[in-house]
Design a protein around this ligand. Structure first.
Ligand code: TGC
Ligand code: FAD
Length: 392
């Protein structure tokens, strides 16, 4: 792996819109990534191994629950700060950003927003410090894009719930201490539960043979007559809107994260194109390569503007789910297209682990699928602008 000399593009002076605190958070996260992720990530991916030893560092830079109030251990930052942290982490690797996204938006968010005060006090400080790691179980083997049809169930047994069923494709499941699990009760209403590792009947088999997100651990959640204490149910919201509310927060973070991956590919390709000599000239001097690079910086800039505006709306609690969908869809597609073009600029070198581009490209194939596929987000926009539901 080459030394990480990343410099971020800022073609429309976006920095003018950031506060000093935003810039400080960005430089701290970027330095942390250069020191702790860039030197090890290629090997982690090659070995399909999540680097567990980075968890305390992620907690220290405030990547676990950045917007959670400090009284529960969070950093109490605004939504743009959260986005910047996700951008910088995904600049390093989507799998590292995934771990922070899941912990913040899919585990801490529901406990903070839907949990009891006792649940907040019990779990949030330990999740913020990385003492506990969580995962989020919504997807099932037969219910991915359509989670409302889930079959995982809870049965009221008087002093506990009996949980049965299984979840699939769950980030962090193989090592998570707790899982936020979505299951239907006897009235077919979706409820959220906090399931703890060690509860009899609860297992988390790992999913192997992934070509994407290899530095992120993915697995199943299997529930075989698990007795879940009643105090572990999230009392303050139920129905499909509850998990979808968490997804809004995570999708927002992914929108920022994808810009990080795109910037890394662009920066690498631009530097390479200026240095690589063919036919006696740098390849950056050929029109075809300039077209690729010019389109990349245009698309990154458009995404930066869209996403910053979304962050302003989020800060005012005024971003709609459809706006978040549009931004997640646009930015991940943008990043994937840029990674493919950047890889071509590097020629044969682009397929090696000497450079980060192919790793980003493979990762982004998951990012364009999870948290709602590219198609699903298009249909969300379609529904929003026409009023016609084309899902069913
Ligand atoms: P629908 O009838 O439209 O809605 C059911 C209820 O939910 C409400 N709602 C939302 N609430 C909050 N946020 C949103 N984004 C919402 N979208 C809908 C809606 O108002 C309704 O409320 P109520 O009170 O009337 O009941 O539901 P549907 O069954 O037709 O499905 C809609 C659809 C397809 C958009 C939705 O199910 C969907 O988004 N599907 C995609 C599934 C998905 O994104 N799964 C992600 C799993 S987690 C993951 O991938 C983590 S990866 C993490 C990582 O590693 O980074
Ligand atoms: P399907 O829903 O079967 O979709 C297959 C194809 O059909 C897609 O192209 C889709 O766009 C299309 N399609 C589906 N419905 C329609 C329709 N109505 N109209 C048109 N086209 C349609 N889930 C979690 O709960 N927690 C996690 O932590 C998590 N982490 C993940 C990590 C990884 C690496 C991956 C790959 C997935 C993860 N997921 C997680 C699951 C992810 O959210 C789902 O894979 C995703 O929602 C899509 O579901 P599916 O794979 O079952 O695809």
């Amino acid at each position: 792996m080459k030394k990480d000399n990343f410099t971020s593009p800022d073609y429309f002076n976006m920095d003018d819109l950031l506060t000093d605190e935003h810039k400080l958070i960005r430089s701290a996260t970027r330095e942390w990534v250069k020191k702790n992720i860039s030197p090890i990530i290629e090997q982690s991916c090659q070995e399909a191994n999540f680097p567990m030893n980075i968890l305390p560092g992620l907690a220290e830079i405030g990547a676990f629950g950045p917007y959670i109030p400090s009284k529960y251990g969070g950093a109490e930052l605004d939504q743009i700060s959260y986005g910047i942290i996700m951008q910088e982490l995904e600049r390093g690797d989507s799998g590292i950003r995934s771990t922070a996204s899941v912990q913040s938006s899919l585990v801490m968010y529901p406990i903070f927003n839907y949990g009891s005060e006792a649940q907040r006090k019990k779990y949030l400080p330990k999740l913020a410090s990385g003492e506990l790691i969580g995962c989020f179980g919504l997807t099932e083997p037969d219910h991915g894009s359509n989670p409302g049809s889930m079959t995982t169930s809870i049965k009221d047994m008087g002093d506990y719930f009996l949980l049965n069923g299984s979840k699939m494709w769950i980030s962090n499941s193989p090592f998570a201490d707790i899982a936020i699990v979505w299951a239907k009760n006897e009235e077919e209403r979706i409820k959220g539960l906090i399931v703890e590792r060690g509860m009899p009947g609860f297992t988390t088999p790992e999913t192997h043979n992934k070509w994407s997100l290899r530095a992120s651990a993915t697995g199943e959640l299997v529930f075989n007559n698990v007795k879940v204490p009643k105090e572990n149910i999230l009392p303050n919201k139920d129905g499909l809107g509850a998990p979808l509310g968490c997804l809004d927060s995570a999708r927002y973070g992914i929108a920022w994260g994808a810009i990080g991956a795109a910037m890394d590919c662009y920066d690498t390709a631009l530097k390479y194109a200026k240095e690589r000599i063919q036919f006696g000239k740098p390849i950056a001097s050929f029109q075809l390569q300039q077209k690729k690079l010019a389109e990349m910086i245009t698309e990154i800039t458009k995404a930066q503007l869209l996403t910053f505006r979304l962050g302003q709306l989020k800060n005012k609690n005024n971003a709609s789910s459809a706006q978040i969908s549009m931004c997640k869809r646009n930015n991940v597609d943008m990043a994937l297209t840029i990674s493919r073009n950047a890889r071509q600029i590097l020629g044969g070198m682009g397929i090696t682990g000497e450079y980060s581009i192919m790793r980003h490209m493979m990762n982004l194939e998951s990012v364009i699928t999870y948290e709602g596929t590219h198609d699903i987000h298009l249909l969300i926009t379609g529904l929003d602008i026409t009023g016609h539901n084309a899902f069913k």
